[in-house]
Design a binder for this molecule. Structure first.
Ligand code: NI
Length: 198
């Protein structure tokens, strides 16, 4: 696969329920390095694999959004949120929904387990922006976007922007700049089959 790029709503990769990663190899590490680059270019703090068209359960974060702060980079492979406490509202955005923001209720504190790039299992208790970004990115792996979690009134306000994005993608597909939904899904299936036992 050539260079990755961030896909935008309503690309079918964003509705994909991804499968667990079964091996950490050079290819996966290269993809993860590209994901960090794309995330920084877009000034994001988190990026899930399906946002770059890869149907695998992993995401990268750096709550500082600053590539100079390498020590804050984290890779979560096969993450599982095993505990959620409290509740907090805050505005969220998403690199797959540029310039769209809305209020989302999330757990205030979470405990998350995952594997790192060396295949080591780890568990963190997180709060604040850290807990929020991990919940947002974990949702992506299940094909859930933050717009699925905002209330009807806020969604109604955003709907014209979402409709514009849908129209833009249809136009790109019609003009042949982007493959059809069926072709995009077939590619996701192929990538999934190449790295899982299914
Ligand atoms: Ni997102």
């Amino acid at each position: 696969m050539s260079d990755l790029r961030i896909v935008h709503f309503p690309h079918p990769a964003l509705r994909w329920k991804s499968k667990d990663v079964t091996r950490i190899d050079a290819q996966l590490k290269d993809w993860i390095a590209q994901m960090f680059e794309l995330m920084y270019e877009a000034r994001g703090i988190g990026l899930a694999a399906n946002q770059v068209g890869l149907p695998y359960r992993l995401f990268v974060i750096n709550p500082s959004a600053d590539p100079a702060e390498k020590e804050l980079e984290q890779v979560f492979i096969n993450p599982q949120i095993i505990k959620r406490n409290g509740s907090e509202d805050a505005e969220e955005g998403c690199l797959s929904l540029p310039e769209i923001y809305g209020p989302v209720t999330r757990a205030e504190r979470i405990t998350v387990e995952a594997f790192d790039l060396s295949g080591e299992n780890f568990a963190y208790e997180l709060g604040g922006i850290h807990a929020r970004v991990v919940q947002h990115e974990s949702d992506h792996l299940d094909g859930v976007m933050f717009t699925d979690r905002i209330d009807a009134a806020a969604l109604a306000e955003l709907q014209p922007l979402l409709d514009d994005m849908t129209a833009q993608m249809k136009r790109q597909q019609h003009e042949g700049q982007l493959a059809s939904d069926d072709e995009l899904r077939a590619e996701l299936q192929r990538l999934q089959a190449a790295r899982t036992d299914d």
